[in-house]
Write a protein that binds this ligand. Structure first.
Ligand code: XCC
Ligand code: SF4
Length: 652
């Protein structure tokens, strides 16, 4: 047995001193009450937000206030700091070009392409790590993971044209892993899973020249184009943005989703609990935050080890309680029914329970200031990705080859932290909410009896008017969860089925919309369908890479009807998006033919030309466009009107 993996402290442990906190603490109960109501729509988050204000524990909302007012040129996308001749800002009437000669339209377009490429890279690099693990498993260099869904492994291999006939599981895993990894830099100029899209949708891509040619290639080309002296035309620049996003949605993200199912199981409907109330004061609590299930699934296994349970008991705890956050939390919730402590803006609040022994993170959406927050308590922030070594955290290098040993060392560190808890600061005054999740494409089809016909019939009959993918984050520009919950409620009321992922899905969970009983909030058609199938009117389809499941579902419906995705009564929405990843998601929805409504204005208003391209011009190219509508009720109107238009065009 080799030695247990040793952690290192990254930089220094921060120590947020009493003085810092006293400076931030609010005294006036009226102001506290007012801010508490302004900051969140989630009732169960309010006591924690109130505590942070009383105790001067800095949160995302405080930092947002500190940043006000923002630079208005940057807010419009009119600033550029790409090269050393700048930084430049477009301030008419005199400063109308950057030093290089780029005008406002180009600067806005380049900035947007940069955002798409960043988001696509994040999703796809995550997908690469999953594919590498599958490959390693097949080749025998990785032994801590198993094939949990061998049927799906073989189905995917067949999709990749691999002859699986006499091959054993490992050989198939190696071949499929290699085929997928090759798609990151393929010479074939095509991606296999993009072949799932209906022929008419692929035809649109071909005609516009945006069929993705390789996963890394489109991102690299995007980076090339934003180098000074390459991109010069805003339209040409943004058309490549669409191509880049397609390489994420139908490439990197789809690989991440499909192979995570192969390794950890394809989700099936299951029940669990959400919100910060999932923290159990008598137990060792470990929060798993970030995105890649390679880490979180292994922690689940390590925490189930009887030796770890015994150690927890030795330290006076009744056991080990794992809870998820954000998207890795969604992965665990979907596949294992592991409770979820909340979405993006719950990440700091869960620390203020005073009962969190460790926050284990990999990457994406993790506030770099979490170690500061944790330093107000006994909580360890444990980072694990060489791509995201967070100053003030304890770092374990997590690799698939040594995954289990590392996961055990992490769990041990959390358990040994239990005695350091200050009992008088434990604060969990809320009860968790029940949720039903696990709606993979396979699970939805299964619930319908194995074919899409019942769903298509329901849509054709108008019992269900259409479906909307509600996705994305939290953003302090929107009251936490207000956009997600209000929009979801309004759409189900109009008999529009909601399929959700990411932080949007968790928001709906906290608001009780992921329970079969929420059918009572739906219109007469949708509620009847939900009651007969025993499902909620809002279906949780997973993490943000699992938006690939929404694409897959749309493709299945399009293929069943032999029409392009753009002809279906579907829409997308990202009411509280913040992340570059969300921009990539929005772009691949639109590029795939799905009208998408954003609740937060992207930084594009400095260019009327870019605004008009995205909201109008794209219709002529991909038969879909973006809209921006901060009011979720008005967004529901836009979406409902779009769905009705699509229905009329289809003659239903
Ligand atoms: Fe991040 Fe994925 Fe956004 Fe949530 S929804 S804030 S990207 S965790 Ni993905
Ligand atoms: Fe300025 Fe052009 Fe350099 Fe941007 S690329 S910083 S606009 S000179």
């Amino acid at each position: 047995m080799s030695e247990a993996p040793k952690p290192v402290l990254i930089g220094e442990k921060p120590d947020v001193c009493e003085l810092d906190r006293a400076r931030l603490a609010l005294m006036n109960p009226q102001i506290i009450e007012q801010k508490r109501e302004e900051r969140t729509f989630e009732e169960t988050a309010k006591p924690f937000i109130e505590l942070t204000m009383r105790e001067g524990i800095e949160t995302v909302w405080d930092r947002f206030e500190m940043q006000q007012p923002p630079c208005k040129f940057c807010a419009q996308g009119l600033s550029c700091a790409r090269c050393a001749m700048g930084p430049c800002k477009i301030i008419p009437p005199n400063r109308i070009r950057g030093v290089c000669g780029a005008d406002g339209d180009l600067i806005v377009a380049r900035n947007l392409l940069d955002m798409i490429a960043t988001g696509a890279a994040a999703h796809s690099d995550h997908g690469r790590e999953i594919a590498l693990t599958l490959y390693g498993l097949g080749m025998g260099t990785v032994s801590d993971y198993v094939i949990s869904d061998p049927g799906k492994l073989r189905r995917l291999a067949a999709e990749y044209g691999i002859d699986t006939g006499k091959k054993d599981e490992k050989e198939v895993a190696a071949e499929l892993g290699r085929s997928m990894l090759e798609e990151f830099g393929t010479l074939t100029d095509s991606l296999r899973l993009a072949g799932r899209a209906p022929a008419a949708t692929r035809e649109v891509w071909k005609n516009l020249g945006i069929a993705p040619r390789g996963i890394d290639r489109e991102v690299v080309e995007a980076m090339h184009r934003v180098q000074m002296g390459v991109a010069a035309d805003p339209t040409n620049t943004l058309v490549h943005g669409l191509r880049t996003s397609l390489s994420d949605g139908w490439g990197g993200s789809m690989i991440a989703t499909e192979i995570s199912d192969v390794l950890f199981g394809t989700p099936k409907p299951n029940e669990s609990l959400v919100n910060v109330g999932v923290i159990k004061p008598a137990m060792v609590n470990i929060a798993l935050h970030g995105h890649n299930p390679l880490l979180s699934e292994m922690i689940v296994r390590a925490a189930a080890d009887p030796a770890m349970r015994a150690l927890a008991e030795k330290h006076g705890a009744t056991g080990i309680n794992l809870v998820g956050l954000c998207c890795t939390g969604n992965e665990l919730l979907m596949r294992k029914g592991i409770p979820n402590a909340g979405n993006h803006f719950n990440q700091e609040l869960v620390i203020t329970t005073g009962a969190l022994e460790a926050m284990v993170v990999d990457y994406q959406c993790i506030f770099p200031s979490l170690p500061r927050t944790a330093s107000c308590y006994h909580t360890h922030v444990i980072s694990t990705s060489p791509k995201s070594k967070i100053p003030g955290s304890t770092y374990f290098a997590f690799e698939p080859e040594t995954a289990y040993a590392t996961a055990k060392a992490i769990v041990r560190m959390a358990v040994e932290n239990f005695p350091n808890r200050k009992k008088d600061r434990v604060f969990v005054p809320v009860e968790p909410v029940k949720v039903m999740t696990g709606f993979s494409v396979e699970a939805i089809q299964g619930a319908l009896g194995g074919t899409w016909k019942p769903l298509i019939d329901l849509i054709a009959a108008g019992t269900i008017r259409g479906a909307v993918g509600i996705v994305g984050c939290n953003n302090p520009k929107v009251k936490h969860d207000f956009g997600h919950v209000t929009l979801s409620k309004e759409l189900i009321k109009r008999d529009i089925l909601c399929v959700e992922t990411g932080c949007a899905a968790i928001a709906s969970g906290k608001a009780g919309l992921l329970q079969p009983s929420a059918a009572s909030l739906a219109g007469p058609g949708l509620s009847g369908v939900c009651r007969s199938l025993g499902i909620p009117p809002v279906l949780h389809m997973g993490s943000c890479v699992d938006n690939a499941r929404i694409l897959h579902l749309a493709a299945e419906l399009g293929n069943a009807l032999n029409v392009g995705i753009h002809r279906l009564p579907l829409a997308g929405a990202a009411p509280e998006w913040y992340s570059q990843k969300a921009v990539s998601i929005g772009a691949y929805f639109v590029a795939s033919g799905v009208y998408t409504v954003l609740g937060v204005m992207p930084k594009i208003t400095g260019s009327p030309a870019v605004v008009s391209l995205l909201t109008e011009g794209l219709k002529g190219a991909v038969h879909a466009s973006f809209a921006v509508e901060p009011d979720p009720l008005k967004a529901a109107d836009l979406i409902a009107a779009h769905i009705e238009r699509k229905r009329t065009e289809l003659g239903i």
